[in-house]
Design a protein around this ligand. Structure first.
Ligand code: BF8
Ligand code: SF4
Length: 641
């Protein structure tokens, strides 16, 4: 089992699954072996029905598809379609929020409100939307219109992309033709140019991929901004993580998926039906817990405990104590329904575009979302009553979590050290080497990697070398479950320079100790928050992003969304580590461009390294190269053992 996960609670539930013959994602991976070698290399194409076509990587068999497409063309086209799919997912989520904001402004979504007027005004000002004399709802209408206008093609460059980047980056992307005119337009252009008989030039295709990835960045940033406007900008919050947060005597309800539109209201609804739950015999009322990025959204804003993440999403059901899983969209395994059937857990789908056979579908409409949220919770109460008398096994595994580090929260915390110039302490400590650099850990868990291994191994290596760590998505979840979001972990893992800085900030903020060594910035769309921090640092230093000692890492990535984010991080000028080999090795041109050639164009590049120790060394090395480029003192990896 230990080759499957490093997480004690997951391992305990995997033993339960094995004992009861319940199939999980790990079993299905085994049953898929051997997986297709052509697919692994990116050497297959199904873009028309003269295919499917594949290229022989050894050079003996066919070297062209039926239409004449080469390996380079196929690999690049495949990569582009992944970027487009990821962009569609993030921006579908963003568009959903834009519609809700428009409904709030128009008065038809009474259960929602603008919770953060200051953020609304800050976003409006950044976009050049005039807020003068406008009340909150008038301005909300204007911002929602500006947001919806971001999706279709327009003459002007995308406001959310350009207004949030450095001037240097705007120019660099402009020179590459990588500033999209609209998010949907960029996705549609990729689908066009990758269909049969259009773009066959791998380099031209990759340029198109960068443009679509920048559209994805805009979508992510838009999603973060509008979620903050509607539900509040996160502030530091204390919670707990892992399966031990389930309570036998509570109605346990997991919120899973990505969007706060429903989940945030379920938090409100839970407060209102607590009494009903108690009356039904649940002494501890309703216990909301989170899975994946919906979990991150409600952790960041309400302290809802993160239960588990991505590949282990089936396992909480095996405790026998989970009464319902409410899902919206993305990263939801259809297999949840089969596991749930064995235990009586209600799986409730809520979005018209994301149904699962066998689940209960209750389509949520923003006009009556609060009432519908209560209705769903009542289904969970019924499930709770039905499980009485059946045994539960809740692993006694949970960790303390401090999360809620939005950009605004980080700046406010730094402001306690230097109110006039909040970024100064961070910058000074990077310059003097107390902080060697910053790594943003992002992305998913991948069942091909022992769960959490790459995140934990790399983080430990980087922290002791004084690298400040930020985290989002399921990566942040891995850190949560292994105690890295607990301030106590700073004492255990941080090198002396980093420890001094985190302690100074913590104490200035009235904590009796340091900040946690990994700052949880939110869900995957909230990678945009990390960009905001990097842009602020770059502007203060007077350099572009491609010179900062900042690296991104997705050491266990899985999804197409992660591919888009990785690509926009490279477009932004960052080195980006991938701990799982992407399906591009069938084309030397594509692989070399991604890992080296792009450096000349954007300053960013991919580092592909599956061994976490080697990966930590290479990420650290990338930081040191950037330090040297800025004329800062450098330190070799081997200097700290
Ligand atoms: O958007 S990290 S597995 S849950 S894709 Fe999915 Fe990956 Fe998790 Fe969040 Ni992000
Ligand atoms: Fe084959 Fe070309 Fe059709 Fe792809 S587009 S399936 S390579 S014929």
């Amino acid at each position: 089992m230990s080759e499957r996960s490093l997480d004690a609670a997951s391992l305990q539930m995997l033993r339960v699954a094995a004992g009861r013959g319940v199939e999980t994602v790990w079993d299905r991976l085994e049953r898929q072996q051997p997986q297709c070698g052509f697919g692994d290399l990116g050497l297959c194409c199904r873009h028309c029905v003269q295919g499917p076509c594949r290229i022989d990587p050894f050079g003996d068999g066919p070297q062209r598809g039926v239409c004449g497409a080469t390996a380079d063309t196929m690999v690049a086209r495949g990569l582009l379609r992944a970027i487009a799919a990821g962009t569609a997912a993030h921006s579908g989520h963003a568009k959903h929020l834009a519609h809700v904001l428009a409904k709030v402004a128009g008065g038809s979504a009474k259960d929602y409100a603008v919770k953060d007027d200051a953020k609304l005004r800050a976003v409006a000002a950044r976009l050049g939307v005039d807020g003068e004399g406008k009340d909150t709802l008038e301005l909300a209408r204007a911002v929602s219109q500006a947001a919806l206008a971001e999706f279709s093609e327009k003459e002007s460059p995308q406001a959310w992309a350009v207004s949030t980047l450095t001037h240097g980056r705007q120019e660099a992307l402009g020179r590459l033709g990588a500033v999209p005119g609209g998010i949907d337009a960029a996705i549609s252009e990729v689908m066009h140019r990758t269909t049969m008989g259009v773009d066959a030039d791998p380099l031209n295709l990759l340029a198109g991929g960068l443009k679509c990835a920048v559209a994805d960045y805009a979508g992510c940033h838009l999603a973060t901004d509008l979620a903050d406007i509607l539900f509040g900008t996160p502030q530091p919050v204390v919670s707990e993580a892992n399966l031990g947060v389930l309570k036998e005597r509570a109605v346990n309800v997991a919120l899973h998926g990505h969007n706060p539109v429903l989940s945030d209201l379920v938090v409100t609804a839970a407060g209102e039906v607590q009494q009903e739950a108690r009356a039904a015999g649940a002494e501890e009322g309703i216990n909301l817990v989170g899975i994946c990025c919906t979990g991150n959204e409600v952790l960041m804003r309400h302290g809802v405990p993160p239960l588990t993440h991505a590949i282990s999403q089936e396992l909480p059901i095996l405790t026998g104590a989970l009464d319902a899983i409410i899902v919206d969209y993305q990263c939801i395994y259809p297999s949840l329904v089969q596991v749930a059937e064995c235990y009586g857990t209600r799986v409730v789908t809520t979005m018209g575009i994301a149904k699962i056979p066998g689940a209960t579908h209750l389509e949520v409409e923003e006009e009556k979302a609060l009432e519908q949220s209560k209705e769903i919770l009542r289904l969970a109460i019924v499930a709770f009553q039905a499980r009485q008398g059946r045994p539960v096994e809740i692993p006694a595994v949970k960790t303390k979590v401090v999360a809620g580090f939005s950009t605004e929260a980080i700046v406010a915390a730094l402001g306690k050290l230097s109110s006039e110039d909040p970024l100064k302490p961070l910058l000074d400590n990077i310059v003097n080497g107390n902080i060697q650099g910053v790594v943003l850990f992002a992305g998913c868990a991948n069942v091909k990697v022992p769960q959490d291994r790459n995140f934990i191994t790399m983080a430990a290596e980087l922290l002791k070398r004084d690298v400040l760590l930020l985290a989002t998505g399921c990566g942040a979840g891995a850190f949560a479950r292994h105690g890295f979001l607990d301030p106590a972990a700073t004492l255990r893992y941080a090198g002396p320079g980093l420890m001094a800085v985190l302690t100074a900030i913590g104490e200035a903020n009235g904590l009796s100790g340091p900040l946690p060594p990994v700052l949880h910035m939110g869900s995957c769309v909230d990678n945009s928050r990390a960009v905001d921090v990097a842009v602020a640092l770059a502007n203060k230093l007077g350099v572009d992003l491609d010179r900062l000692p900042v690296v991104a890492s997705a050491p266990e990535y899985t999804t197409e969304k992660a591919v888009s984010i990785g690509t926009w991080a490279v477009a932004a000028g960052l080195p980006v580590h991938l701990g799982v080999v992407p399906p591009v090795l069938g084309s030397r041109v594509v692989a070399e461009t991604l890992t080296a050639g792009l450096k000349e164009l954007t300053g960013g590049y991919f580092i592909v390294e599956t061994d976490p120790l080697q990966a930590a060394a290479r990420v650290y090395e990338a930081i040191q190269q950037r330090r040297a480029g800025l004329g800062l003192a450098t330190r070799a990896f081997a200097e700290v053992g």
